[in-house]
Design a protein around this ligand. Structure first.
Ligand code: SF4
Length: 313
């Protein structure tokens, strides 16, 4: 399968007071057309920054993001506007991301209007898309506050789909929802992907959520990609001690299928403005060795398509 998205040695830093915070450190991976890639890691590991880099809401400090053969850093504003139709984002908090002063119809029409879509076509499209996400057409005339959390997230998904994108970045789309509603939204997203040939980057802090929807999974820790591979390889044969800890902390419907046992990760992540020397996970790793404090391990494949950044490899 050809890559729709290529993340090539992407590095992103922010200045915080007098400190430099490295949010994303030398991350590379691809997302094939029609694939769902899941990114998992604790809060503050850089996954949401990476999401914004992929839809050009942020620019990398170095490295590049290539979308369907076009490097986003080389795009003219006009080209970028044209490309923006093709990649959209679903946010974590549907309450905060929907303007409470606007009716749903207006919320869904806005991206179409920004792209110069004629009125009659806009009206037709918002009716189609509200039904695709399982809401009645009369929902278009209401304000966001009358809907439940799950219904608001359906509206957030509808807004992302109005322009018929190829690629959707979903940043913690079910984290704010009750567990029973989470499954409905995940299944809706999977159905929409099948029906419309979408490609997803799906971000969550809960590995069981990412496992449910993803074809391949990347595990992030302190701005680094520390493990990468097919879903079953990462979730049943995890290589990196951090991934093993995330698995230990997530619900395990079939623990017998997992070959390594581990404890949930202990302690807090280090201050990202003063990251540890060597392996970024060494301050919390139960297997830490001397070399881990000195040398940063490189992510290398130990099996086809599956690798971890760990000196135990
Ligand atoms: Fe643990 Fe060392 Fe591997 Fe880092 S490199 S994860 S500290 S064993």
């Amino acid at each position: 399968m050809s890559a729709l998205v290529t993340v090539d040695k992407v590095h992103k830093t922010f200045t915080v007071g007098r400190e430099t915070l490295t949010a994303v450190d030398d991350v590379s991976f691809t997302i094939a057309r029609g694939e769902t890639v899941g990114l998992v890691g604790e809060s503050g590991c850089g996954k949401s920054t990476l999401a914004r880099l992929l839809v050009a809401l942020l620019q990398p400090t170095s490295g590049r993001v290539v979308f369907d053969g076009t490097s986003l850093d080389r795009c003219s504003p006009r080209e970028l506007r044209r490309l923006r139709r093709r990649f959209q984002m679903v946010f974590q908090d549907p309450h905060a991301s929907l303007d409470p002063r606007l009716r749903v119809r207006r919320i869904l029409e806005e991206p179409l209007q920004a792209q110069g879509v004629p009125r009659a076509e806009r009206q037709q499209r918002v009716r189609e898309v509200i039904e695709q996400v399982g809401l009645p057409v009369d929902a278009l005339e209401r304000f966001p506050h009358v809907f439940s959390g799950g219904q608001r997230q359906r509206i957030g998904i509808a807004r992302a789909l109005t322009l018929k994108p190829d690629f959707v970045v979903a940043d913690e789309p079910v984290a704010a929802l009750d567990v029973s509603i989470q499954a409905q939204i995940l299944n809706l997203m999977l159905d929409l992907k099948r029906q419309h040939g979408l490609t997803y980057l799906f971000i969550a802090h809960d590995l069981s959520v990412v496992e449910y929807v993803s074809d391949r999974i990347g595990v992030m820790y302190l701005g680094h990609l520390v493990e990468w591979g097919r879903r079953d390889d990462v979730c049943r044969r995890p290589r990196h001690p951090y991934t093993q800890s995330l698995l230990a902390a997530s619900p395990q419907p079939d623990p017998g299928q997992r070959t390594r046992r581990a404890e949930a990760v202990q302690g807090e992540p280090p201050d990202p403005t003063h990251p540890p020397s060597g392996c970024p996970f060494h301050t919390r790793c139960p297997h830490v060795m001397d070399i881990c404090r000195r040398e940063r391990p490189i992510l290398e494949e130990s099996a086809p398509g599956h690798g971890a950044a760990c000196h135990l490899e």
